[in-house]
Design a protein around this ligand. Structure first.
Ligand code: FMN
Length: 199
């Protein structure tokens, strides 16, 4: 079968997000103009490159995380894990600017070193980021869309000691959750290794 703009009703729901899956969740912490902490999950999110480490997320509309990361010039990423699922979900509620989703979700603030924005203290790993750019996306015709892409450079990494094994971050032990399509999520529960031909 094929699915496209020419026949969108062939499936009851757009399969795009179920195909580009699982997607890591950027659990984005920011400070608003008054310095009130804000937290929200973003699955149009990924690592973008190494050295410097860059991460990025897309805001559909000018959401608080986008506005705050743009205006404050910084944001945090916290790893969303199985144990933190309810808190992650609570933090996705559409609440007015100034509502503190850390508080709403019962999350303690982790204190950043290089920036003022807090992260989720209970998360196995978190990143402090300085905003590199916050830009409006266009479609292929160059028409601006209500989509805003934020890129941040990682300036500090926090890892809870219990997730360091033999000098490595034990991703599977942290049980990160990832977004798929519809209302589906996946959990990372095991890791396997594959060497490269030129290793
Ligand atoms: C798992 C998950 C992933 C989400 N991913 C995105 C996303 O990539 N972009 C987006 O605009 N909204 C996304 N949302 C919705 C936002 O989290 C929601 O609109 C939230 O209220 C935004 O918070 P903020 O305005 O404080 O930034 C997602 C929600 C969930 C539960």
């Amino acid at each position: 079968m094929h699915y496209g703009k020419d026949r969108p009703s062939i499936l009851p729901h757009d399969p795009f997000k179920a195909i580009i899956a699982p997607r890591p969740i950027g659990w984005i912490g920011t400070l608003n103009g008054d310095g009130v902490p804000n937290l929200g999950p973003y699955s149009f999110f990924s690592a973008l490159g190494n050295n410097p480490h860059l991460i990025g997320f897309t805001s559909e509309g000018q959401k608080h995380s986008y506005v705050n990361a743009r205006d404050r010039g910084e944001f945090t990423f916290s790893l969303a894990t199985e144990a933190l699922t309810d808190a992650m979900n609570i933090s996705s509620a559409a609440v007015p600017d100034g509502a503190n989703e850390f508080e709403m979700a019962g999350l303690e603030l982790g204190k950043s070193i290089e920036i003022a924005t807090p992260f989720v203290a209970a998360s196995p790993a978190a990143l402090e980021c300085v905003t590199v750019s916050a830009t409006q996306l266009t479609d292929r015709h160059g028409t601006p869309m209500e989509r805003y892409f934020v890129i941040g450079e990682v300036v500090q990494t926090h890892i809870r000691d219990e997730y360091i094994r033999d000098g490595r971050f034990d991703t599977a032990a942290a049980r990160p959750i990832a977004r798929m399509g519809y209302r589906d999520y996946a959990t990372v529960t095991e890791a396997w290794e594959l060497t490269r031909p030129d290793d």
